[in-house]
Write a protein that binds this ligand. Structure first.
Ligand SMILES: Cc1ncc(C[n+]2csc(CCOP(=O)(O)OP(=O)(O)O)c2C)c(N)n1
Length: 494
């Protein structure tokens, strides 16, 4: 049966799938061997977020199962987020029976068109013999840098048929994105010809595990380091005297921070991912950008080199000359949560922190600092991601701590049901400031619309996820972190 062969194929990447099935996926479930785990999510999008968290822990292809047109369309926000996060996912959606697609029965949809804007590719099998080939194509596409989600739609009747083609080949796929040595030298010569150069680094440093190479380059060059705006993963974990902080959320503020530098070298990230694009970024300045991501590079008006940032840094360290260190730190206003987060300093040595506290991201980073593979958020500005992603991470044996606002909590707390069912070391800290504090702050509106009052700890408890509310933050954090049990603590700040 084709269904068995599909799992045989998938098992070269992973031993699990995250999903939420319906009638059109029942034939897909029939082929599943006992050894292949299926993590049930109580919402289609949440399954995608979980698969992203699994990838963040394991650096392996995350596999998702979604239900035809209702499930795929319901998951779009999460798929778009995985696309912008450059997370490699293989999304397998069930489709109605291949013989009657023309009748457009209930659950039918044009799945390939639906998924197209949010994926690197989307395909639908027309026959049982085509399925494994399409899965092969999709997994290669997902795992080619820049990584991303790819969707394959399989009509439900095909899974139960015998595929006559016998595809036993394993997928061997290596795209290392080598850097041209001459280009690296040319870039470094430009850096050496300037006295004041700022380095802006981003999430690709963590994706490619280039922290040591970056630190070496920074020390040899004596260069100040800034994190890209809204960095989604630790962009730096080196000698902190060189680290000047995270670039702000507004492009005009970024221009202000970087105005004293005559050249900016961007490695492994983006200057374009600002929340408030209120000015042209670095207009007229000499900027050179190294990224593995051709989609990112093609959007920028300055010189871009598409190659592996780890290899770039390795080669660049040979040629960089020492600059007189001059750095201007990014200023940050004190936050009412500073005292809470100071209690968390050091926690990222025990837990990967999933950040979704919109008002407090700078405060959280200031207290935790950056350590490799220990801080995750999404690049899309999407709330509802952190709890599913943290569970996906914990489901693969990682330890995860979610720091989340009460507003964001309400988008996907159903993931706590999966956490409670399947286990995994997972903690949740909810900062409850009575609704959408960030939106109140930016708008100046005190409107009721921006202040939904909820009790996240009660919602978590309803799924059997141990949860409490505390007035005393020290006691609350002590209770949360005193053992390995799954727990949620809610702290109210007003
Ligand atoms: C999917 C999605 N819907 C809506 C928004 C808009 N949004 C941004 S922040 C925010 C409020 C978040 O509230 P909370 O988590 O309590 O954080 P706070 O604003 O209080 O810091 C909303 C609704 C979004 N970013 N993503």
């Amino acid at each position: 049966m084709l269904g068995n062969k599909v799992y045989e194929f998938l098992s070269q990447f992973t031993d699990r799938i995250y999903g939420n099935p319906g009638t059109t996926e029942l034939s897909f479930l029939k082929g599943k061997p006992e050894s292949f785990k299926y993590f049930l999510a109580l919402h289609d999008g949440i399954a995608v977020g979980m698969a992203e968290g699994y990838y963040l822990k394991e650096s392996k292809l995350g596999i998702v199962n979604l239900h035809a047109s209702p499930g795929l369309s319901n998951a779009m926000g999460f798929i778009n987020t995985a696309f912008l996060d450059r997370s490699p996912l293989l999304i397998i959606a069930g489709q109605q029976s291949s013989k009657f697609l023309n009748d457009e029965p209930r659950l039918y949809g044009d799945l390939t068109s639906m998924a197209k804007p949010f994926t690197k590719g989307s395909f639908e099998a027309k026959s049982e013999d085509e399925v494994i080939r399409l899965l092969m194509r999709a997994s290669k596409l997902a795992l080619t840098p820049p990584y991303g989600p790819v969707m394959v739609s399989i009509p439900e009747d095909l899974q139960l048929k015998e595929a006559t083609r016998n595809e036993r080949r394993k997928v061997k796929h290596d795209v290392s994105l080598c850097c041209n040595e001459e280009s690296v030298k040319e870039v470094v010569e430009r850096v050496n010809s300037h006295e004041r150069v700022a380095l802006v680094v981003g999430y690709e440093i963590d994706v490619f595990n280039a922290h040591d190479e970056l630190n070496d380059f920074v020390i040899k060059g004596g260069l100040p380091v800034y994190a890209e705006p809204f960095s989604s993963r630790a962009p730096y974990s080196g000698d902190s005297k060189f680290f000047m902080g995270d670039l702000p959320r507004r492009s005009s503020e970024i221009n202000n921070v970087l105005k004293e530098y005559s050249m900016v070298l961007v490695i492994g990230g983006s200057l374009g991912n600002v929340l408030f694009p209120d000015d042209e970024i670095l207009k007229g300045k000499e900027v050179v950008q190294i990224t593995q991501d051709w989609m990112e590079a093609s959007k920028r008006p300055w010189d871009t080199f598409v190659c592996n940032p780890k290899q770039f840094l390795k080669l660049a360290s040979i040629h960089i000359s020492q600059h007189k260190f001059v750095g201007k730190k990014v200023e940050r206003k004190p936050s009412p949560v500073d005292k809470i987060f100071q209690e968390l300093s050091g926690v990222s040595q025990r837990y990967a922190v999933f950040d979704e506290a919109p008002s407090y991201r700078e405060a959280l980073r200031a207290s935790l600092g950056y350590r490799r593979n220990s801080l995750f958020s999404n690049r899309a500005g999407f709330i509802g991601w952190a709890i599913p992603a943290a569970f996906g991470y914990a489901s693969a044996g990682g330890s995860a701590l979610v720091v989340i606002g009460d507003g964001s909590f309400n988008y996907s707390f159903q993931a706590l049901w999966s956490a409670q069912k399947y286990g995994g070391r997972m903690k949740v800290l909810v900062i409850n400031n009575s609704g959408y504090n960030s939106l109140r702050g930016w708008s100046g509106l005190k409107d009721d619309i921006l202040s939904p009052e909820t009790s996240p700890w009660k919602l978590a408890s309803s799924y059997g996820f141990e949860a409490k509310e505390f007035d005393d933050y020290k006691r609350g954090l002590e209770w949360l972190l005193s053992d390995d049990a799954q727990k949620l603590v809610e702290l109210r700040i007003n």
